[in-house]
Write a protein that binds this ligand. Structure first.
Ligand SMILES: *Cc1c(COP(=O)(O)O)cnc(C)c1O
Length: 402
């Protein structure tokens, strides 16, 4: 039977310790959550500003649903482009200081739209090896030739660009890498894009709302030139706390995307209530300097706390000053064991394993939120300190707890 091979493959995944499981959350997204019926302190979400369960955003969504109803009824290009969607697109463009923006139901769909709209068969895409899966899939969908350069390696990128004869070229990069937390050198990438006449597609899923003045994103943070060749994508389910994504850029490029984006044209527009919630979220992001400052202080506190634990253990903090703070453990089983031991202490940190990260680099992916307190970060550091203690180090572990 055709499904018998599934059985064997599922068993193989299980044997490698790579089976993915979901836990059921019984509370709103916040540092303190109820998971599988038990209270936990969570360091898992991408809710960097603590807006996912913000009462004003929830109220804006409820009010939006009362006024506009729950559904949009059709795609944006038929009859589903309601006033709140349009206001949101204008507000997003203004916020990231570009001429025009389009709102998509998810970041995955935004990436699937942009790359196939800009390049096709015979063209070439140059992509950082650690780009998000949605960018990788988007390149496949475009049928352009894929050239992946070593993570952040501009010399490798330039070598590939210089030897390409493709008629149209596109550089695609995460602005902040989702599993490492490090940042792409956007200005240097822009210089290469100018030199070799390429598009530059920036996926700022983890920077929008967090980086730059008023949270305007990673491109604003480095004052990147708003050239038509720069296409900026930000997602709205992470720091913005709701859902969806947008693509922003020059008016002409966005008009082209409106005509060509299959994941904008052939899908039902998201609920207008979501757009209402996002308009409120944008206000809170812009006024969120205190949240961003608190978040920065938590990041420093976590790193200061974890650095001494890494030394003797072979654990490694990555070169990240963003809310994504991976602690690389190594083996799959070791990372999973740590996650389980933390959960036994009421702390939830996900283990990320291959193929999401390279083999031998399984890690705890710690993410911080402005909703965390300093005491909660200390609780995580103390729990890891007890687990880092050598087997005969029970005394040291107990001291760390007190
Ligand atoms: C989360 C993420 C996406 C996908 O965004 P969704 O809105 O969750 O579909 C795209 N790119 C990167 C880098 C991401 O981290």
């Amino acid at each position: 039977m055709i499904w018998e091979s599934l059985d064997a493959e599922l068993k193989a995944i299980e044997a490698e310790g790579l089976t993915r499981r979901r836990r059921i959350v019984d509370s709103p997204v916040a540092p303190e959550m109820v998971v599988d019926g038990k209270p936990v302190l969570a360091f898992c979400s991408n809710d960097y500003l603590g807006l996912a369960s913000h009462p004003e955003i929830a109220e804006a969504m409820a009010e939006g649903a009362r006024h506009w109803g729950a559904g949009s009824g059709a795609s944006h290009l038929v009859s589903g482009h309601l006033r709140p969607h349009h206001q949101l697109e204008e507000a997003l463009a203004a916020f990231v200081m570009r001429q025009r923006a389009l709102y998509f139901c998810t970041g995955y769909m935004a990436n699937l739209a942009v790359i196939p709209a800009l390049v096709g068969r015979g063209d070439a895409v140059f992509a950082d090896k650690l780009n998000h899966a949605s960018l990788i899939d988007a390149v496949q969908l475009s049928r352009a030739d894929s050239h992946r350069y070593r993570h952040l390696d501009l010399e490798h990128l330039e070598f590939l660009l210089a030897t390409s004869t493709a008629p149209r070229k596109l550089i695609a990069t995460d602005a902040i890498f989702s599993m490492d937390g490090d940042a792409a050198p956007l200005e240097a990438l822009y210089e290469l894009a100018e030199k070799y006449d390429t598009w530059l597609v920036i996926d700022d899923a983890h920077g929008f709302g967090v980086m730059g003045p008023q949270g305007r994103g990673s491109a604003a943070a480095v004052k990147l030139i708003p050239s038509p060749r720069v296409v900026y994508m930000g997602t709205l389910g992470k720091a913005a706390g709701v859902s969806g994504a947008f693509v922003a850029g020059s008016a002409k490029v966005l008009e082209w995307l409106l005509q060509k984006s299959r994941t904008y044209i052939f899908t039902t527009a998201s609920s207008p209530a979501v757009a209402c919630a996002l308009l409120k979220s944008l206000d809170l992001i812009a006024a969120g300097e205190a949240r961003r400052q608190h978040l920065a202080s938590l990041i420093q506190r976590l790193r200061d706390g974890l650095a001494p634990l890494c030394a003797g253990r072979g654990w490694q903090l990555m070169d990240s000053d963003t809310p994504i703070q991976p602690l690389v453990i190594g083996g799959n089983a070791a990372a999973l064991d740590l996650t389980r031991a933390l959960l036994a202490q009421g702390i939830w940190v996900p283990a990320i394993r291959p193929p999401t990260v390279p083999k031998g680099q399984a890690r705890l992916r710690i993410t911080l939120s402005a909703a965390h307190s300093a005491a909660q970060v200390d609780a995580l550091v103390n729990a890891l300190a007890t687990l880092a203690a050598p087997a005969d180090g029970h005394l040291a572990a107990t001291e760390n707890l007190s």
